[in-house]
Design a protein around this ligand. Sequence first.
Ligand code: SF4
Length: 610
Amino acid sequence: SSFLLLSLSCSDYLALPAVGMEIKNRLKDENISLSLPSQRVDRFDENIANILGGNRQGSLTFAPEAGTQRMRDIINKGLTNEELLRGVKTAHEQGWDKVKLYFMIGLPGETDIDVLGIAETIRWLQQECSTPGRRKLSFNVTISNFTPKPHTPFQWHSVSTSEFERKQKLLRQEFRTIRGLKANFTDVRLSAMEDFVGRGDRRLSVVIRRAWELGAGMDAWWESLDRAFAAWTQAIAESGLTWKYRQVESGEWNLIEGTSQPNSSLNSNSANQPENSSALIEKPIPHPSLDAPLSWDHIDTGIDKQWLKADLQRALEAAVVPDCSFEGCSHCGVCGADFGHNVVIQPLPIPQFEGHFKPNQERVQRLRVWFGKQGDMTLVSHLDMVRLFDRAVRRAALPIAFTGGFHPSPRISIANALSLGASSSGEIVDFELTKTVDLAEFQEKLVAALPADVPIYRVEAIAPTAASATKLLERAEYYIAVHALTDSPSDATPLLAAQWQDWIEMVKGAKEIYLEQTTKSGKVKQVNLCDRFFELSLVGDAECQNLPSDILHYQAESQAILRYVGSCRNDGSLLRPEQIVFMLEQMAQRQFQLLHTHRSQLFLSSVGVE
Ligand code: SF4
């Protein structure tokens, strides 16, 4: 499990090292890693490395944003090459072999040299961080396309899909020459949609509604992108707008180009392309259109528009504005009676690092627990059940033993995976503990930490040397609700118990019912299901009433509830409920539908049980 400190920029929180270290120390005896979404590389030091490191070292993400110092100054990133190198080097020295980096292209004032500077920066970092005998530092790089946002100095900036594409191509070519680099580029269509919506006016509401009607939604998901982009394109066209509608109407998006002339592409007939014109900035030129009203001007964020204009000018001159938390106020307008004042609280001292989690591998007591899976919990997968027990044990503060190695995991072992959707009143799970715990106390604590739909029936102590339930498992008893399918509704005459009985007897009498199975290695083999079959019977009405509600619920809908016992071994030889249905189909020469499966018992071999 992991403990994530979630915020947009948690490194800005000055007390992060102190708070992070305190959390890390408190979780010292738990198998929980601490992670942060992304952090300021200039604040990454040994303390943060200790907080994030350990056996379950999480991934590390830094966001230098731009590839050259000049660009980082334009966007006022406040990060020098030296700081970037120091942070990445510290990460490498502290054991990270892979670092995620986040960059943007299409920033105001960006030239091709700045774009290629991203590749240059990665190459330089790799070279500077190379250590003899150590694996080369590798990078996962995300390149996103800058889309300006309202209420920022770049709210006037124009972006261009074709420029994004050209720069992506340039960078892709350059990346090919770098080993140990995995790059991920944001789809330009996503950026076009983001930009269109990001700086829209009232006319946008019709487009948004129409795009949604046409199937847009979850647009950032790669599998939704084609559909979303087509929906947006159609919705924009139907509204009589174009992808660059604001630019076409007022031209203001080009005002920080190297020319103050209105955009020559206004008459372009490619207006339906997601194309906002842009050009590289040679020299910042103030433009009277900066004073034109913007559709979000009526929203007061506290920041003065005049200040944004001045800040844009400063940005284009690559003048760094210091962080007002520490140095000088540039009078942006936020501080005052409405929003209060910028107050910096000095962080608490960083506690002493008490070391990483050391898994306790001692095994003193083994407990075998019988549990059920009912109601909504039937929809929880096997893997999630494993996690559920892990969390429950931790919540209940039970002294669970751990495996060793690089990825220590709690010694909790579920005897056999139950198919998704099946209910059960007979599952088994083994626990190994570092201390002896009273059985009743163990059960009580575990029940309190588990959902009510995972009932605990009993707990037994087994010898520390005994074989696990996984190894001892031999057979399983199931109740299945089955329905006989008919060719047409008119044939749907109720089947008599005697008819079911006949089919059951045929299955029981059969010596060979083969099923073709493909092994993991792709080999096709014929499996005789009769070898895995032990018992089959029709459950009478009286017996049905004693069944758990999960299967009883299907009594009316199904035509029969059958009980069977089949092989259930973890070496792959098991008789699944669908296979019993297959056996019935082979004998009765008709089709059946399996409505529900309930596992009522697991049988362990008595050999090895102490
Ligand atoms: S101190 Fe307040 S007014 Fe001054 S720049 Fe910072 S946020 Fe703006």
